[in-house]
Each structure stands twice: as C-alpha cells, then as structure tokens.
Design a protein around this ligand. Structure first.
Ligand code: ZN
Ligand code: ZN
Length: 276
C-alpha cells in the first residue's frame, strides 16, 4: 500500500519483505535501546535488583522474530486489498476534511480499545490461552524483549482491530501507519517496567506489570477504561505484597525518583515463569 508511494513494486512478496524488515528493525531497535538504557547503562537507577537471564532474553527474541514473520505473512492479504482500493483508506486530507480526520482518530481509539480488550480477554480462556497466549505470559516479569514475544496468531489477533479500522470507516493512511508504528513503541513502553507517568486512566507499565504477574487483570491497550467497566482493573499503587518491589516500582514517576544505592541486592527482578 505504502510501497506504491515510493515506486516499489506492490506485489505480495515485496510487501512481506518490507513488513518483515520494518517489524524487525522496530523491534530490535526499540527493545534493544530500552534494554540498554534501562537494564544495562541505567540499571543502577531504574532496575537495581534485576538479574541478567540471557536464556530468557533469547527465548523472547525468538518469539518476537516469529511473531513479526507471522504477522507480516498474515497482513499481506489485508495490505493487498487496501492497495487495490478495497477498504476505506484515503491519502488526501481534503477528501474528508480536518474535522473528520480528528473524529476518525477518536473512532479508531474507541474501536481498538474495545476490541483489543475483549480479544485479549478471550485469549485468556482455556484452549486459546494454552495454545497461544501462554507463550507471552512465559515472561512473568516483563522486560523490553517480551514486548513482541507472542505466538504469531496471538499478536495478529490483537493487531486485527487496528487493520479492521481501515475497512470500517474512512481513515487517512498516515493515521493508520502512524498508529501501527505507535503500537510497537507502546508495547515496549508497557514492558520496560518504568513508569514515566502514573495517570490511572492510562494503561502505563505498572498496570501491565500486574497483568504479567497476576494474569487476570488489566487487559487494556492504551487506557484502563474497559478494565474499569468490566471489573478487571487492578491499581499498581494498591498491589499487595506478593509482587516483589523490584518487579513493580511504586511511588514517584521514574523521572522524579532519586537514584537507588549501588549496593542493592541483585536477583529479585528475575523470577521463574509459573502457571496462573
Ligand atoms: Zn495476557
Ligand atoms: Zn505483555
């Protein structure tokens, strides 16, 4: 779809290659950077109790790579349809005007917030959990490499609401592509266990840290609205003592927190995965 704009042949194989390379670049670039910044160079400040686990990280990267390859393959038919005029994507803002462009962003968020929440809840049900979603929850203590570590069908199911919007209502192509890129960044932000903001309406990393630890709470995407409506909300600031302090950091936002002493004991942040 975007390929035509750059004069690249818009055939399925080229689409697959571009989606795969773009996905791998975004995953290894963003997750690798977060890993270096917060778990290596900035470990003393951000994760003083985290222990290295190269085997766990290799497993996460294998799932991340499989997820990107699978998603690229599954998204090719959708992109082929969109590039052949099936769907509601448009390129010229004047076609629908700025008010609609802003309205479509709100609509996009309403649709994806709702569907991603319920798809995620469905993925926690018996066979779907055992066959697909448990691989992501194998990382009970999240880190940036876990951000894309999914069975390909699991991540595609959660990406499908985003693609669906391009078929449901007129959507500017730049909004569609920007949102797909933002979701990749968001996935890293909610897995790095660094709470830059602590607004309880936002599904910030503290909420998703609890989701990985307790399994049955905080299923949301960008906000906690559906968790509040459906009774699955769990407040990171009120979490009980079963979750170690090194896994869930309470209190001030990361930017306002004083540096931790260098002598903090190591190892708390690495907990073996267990079943829910
Ligand atoms: Zn889950
Ligand atoms: Zn996760």
């Amino acid at each position: 779809m975007l390929l035509r704009l750059f004069g690249i042949p818009d055939d399925p194989f080229t689409s697959f290659l571009v989606l795969t390379c773009g996905g791998l670049l975004a995953y290894f670039g963003l997750s690798g950077l977060a890993q270096l910044l917060f778990f290596r160079w900035g470990r003393e400040r951000f994760h003083p109790t985290a222990a290295d686990d190269p085997a766990r990280d290799r497993r996460a990267r294998r799932w991340g790579t499989a997820s990107i390859l699978g998603n690229a393959a599954l998204a090719v038919p959708l992109h082929w349809l969109l590039s052949h005029g099936v769907g509601r994507l448009y390129w010229d803002v004047d076609e629908y005007g700025w008010p609609w462009l802003l309205t479509s962003i709100v609509l996009y968020l309403v649709v994806t917030e709702t569907l991603v929440y319920w798809v995620h809840r469905a993925l926690h049900l018996g066979p779907l959990y055992r066959r697909l979603h448990r691989h992501h929850h194998g990382f009970r203590v999240a880190n940036p490499w876990a951000s894309t570590a999914f069975h390909p069908l699991d991540s595609f199911a959660q990406a499908l609401p985003h693609h669906l919007c391009a078929f449901l209502f007129p959507l500017h192509a730049a909004v569609y592509l920007a949102m797909l890129g933002f979701v990749t960044l968001w996935a890293v932000l909610i897995h790095d266990r660094i709470s830059w903001v602590r607004c309880k309406l936002v599904n910030y990393t503290g909420h998703h840290t609890l989701h990985h630890w307790y399994y049955r709470c905080n299923y949301g995407q960008f906000t906690t609205l559906w968790d509040r409506l459906a009774g699955t909300y769990r407040d990171p600031e009120q979490a009980d003592g079963r979750i170690p302090a090194g896994v869930l950091v309470r209190g001030q936002a990361a930017w306002a927190r004083p540096r931790a002493p260098a002598s903090s004991p190591a190892g708390v942040g690495c907990v073996s995965p267990s079943s829910p």
